[in-house]
Design a protein around this ligand. Structure first.
Ligand SMILES: Nc1nc2c(ncn2[C@@H]2O[C@H](COP(=O)(O)OP(=O)(O)O)[C@@H](O)[C@H]2O)c(=O)[nH]1
Ligand SMILES: [Mg+2]
Ligand SMILES: [Zn+2]
Length: 389
């Protein structure tokens, strides 16, 4: 499915948050009164015909295809294939069905909606009738350990790092790579701020804790060597400077035609990069998610941003810090691509590659075929997982 972009610029930032808060209830109520009026079109829609997967059968004459770009409470903003924006609620029967399947409509969902021939503050109003099966899902866990899908159908994860201000954190990159592998997304690593003098990379304190090997000799490398390390593992690496305009064409090529989730710690230049690729978006630079109410509202929403050159980026502060809760210790080794060929040679089937006898991964670290740094990164994540339960 190819969605055309909405080139129109909208002056919407904080104001829609407030608008939805006050208005989405009205919008829902409006719909409710409407659907009890038993005449014509509306009463016909009360009977929902479902296909074998229990999803309502597509009604191409009455429905329009769209993609959900933002979800605020019970209201979804939807872009249709002409790039027009709609305010949609979810058909109640579908909502119930989704709740039973422990899900709800999410940013990135490909949907079908019906035109309610109404307007809400200038936006046409629709009702989501059907959600297509998702190809991928990225989730996070809330404080009560419940899983929330943040974005559906993304196919790439852009891992943005900076070589200075803040200094490169290779372990953090490894974590994003694990999340990408787990979520079935293709990772692209962007080393930004290449106009600056690289800062020394420090082995973080927690990693020192797990570096139990007697001959631990890991020492910081030059930035070029880190880039080379990730590249040799098969990851696409791009050096950029958002401010000096370096590497932007290459980055653009990687994003074209994909739905790419932005990730990377605060301050590395994510917003600046996206603004450089698509000036009209005007993402706020230096936006820090604070504890103020305003901060929470404006930064906790995942948004799908259309790119003029084709594709979407997902700006979602919620997944900037991935935790590894959904990855099981046995799955972790499979997320370290260079371990895979060795794992089968470990003496024990349930080897976690810590200190076990006959561990082929440890042997590969000893012989230099697996980098010590990556191995410690693995141990650190494994250690965290064992603490969690
Ligand atoms: N020198 C330099 N500064 C950059 C570059 N990209 C972004 N910055 C600066 O880094 C700071 C944080 O950028 P921002 O885009 O808000 O980072 P985000 O938190 O990842 O979205 C801002 O002051 C930017 O101007 C770059 O390529 N080089
Ligand atoms: Mg930002
Ligand atoms: Zn092993």
């Amino acid at each position: 499915m190819n969605f055309r972009q909405n080139r129109q610029q909208r002056g919407r930032s904080d104001d829609w948050t407030q608008r939805y808060k006050t208005d989405h209830d009205n919008l829902i109520d409006e719909r409710r009164t409407e659907s009890v009026r038993a005449k014509g079109d509306l009463s016909r829609k009360r009977t929902v015909i479902v296909d074998r997967d229990d999803a309502p059968v597509v009604d191409e004459k009455q429905w329009t295809r769209g993609v959900v770009t933002i979800v605020y409470g019970l209201v979804c903003r939807v872009n249709d294939e002409q790039g027009r924006e709609w305010d949609c609620t979810v058909r109640r029967v579908l909502r119930t069905m989704l709740i039973e399947q422990r899900g709800s409509v999410t940013v990135g969902d490909r949907i079908w909606f019906s035109d309610q021939a109404k307007h809400h503050e200038g936006e046409p109003v629709g009702v989501i009738e059907r959600v297509e099966d998702r190809t991928t899902m990225l989730s996070r866990r809330d404080r009560r350990m419940r899983e929330h899908t943040i974005v559906a159908n993304a196919d790439q994860l852009l891992v943005v790092a900076s070589i200075a201000e803040p200094a490169l954190k290779p372990h953090l990159i490894d974590r994003y790579l694990v999340a990408a592998a787990k979520g079935d997304l293709r990772p692209v690593i962007c080393f930004n701020k290449c106009d600056l003098e690289p800062e020394t990379v420090l082995l973080d304190a927690e990693m020192t804790e797990v570096a139990t090997r007697e001959d631990a000799a890991w020492a910081p490398m030059a930035i070029d060597d880190y880039v080379e390390e990730f590249r040799s593992l098969g990851y696409k690496c791009i050096r950029t400077s958002a401010t000096a305009g370096v590497g932007l064409e290459e980055l653009k090529r990687e994003l074209t035609g994909h739905m790419t989730v932005l990730s990377g710690q605060s301050g590395v230049g994510k917003s600046t990069l996206i603004n450089a690729l698509q000036p009209g978006l005007d993402l706020q630079v230096n936006e820090v998610s604070g504890d103020t109410d305003k901060g929470r509202h404006t930064t906790s929403l995942a948004r799908l941003l259309p790119l003029d050159f084709g594709g979407w980026v997902v700006d979602t502060p919620g997944i900037r810090q991935f935790d590894l809760w959904s990855v099981e210790p046995g799955e972790l080794e499979a997320c370290f691509t260079e371990f895979i060929q060795h794992v089968q040679n470990c003496r024990f089937n349930d080897c976690h590659h810590q200190q076990e006898d006959g561990c082929a991964v440890v042997a590969a670290v000893d012989s230099g075929r697996i980098s010590e740094r990556r191995y410690y990164s693995y141990l650190k994540m494994l250690d965290e997982m064992s603490r969690k339960d």
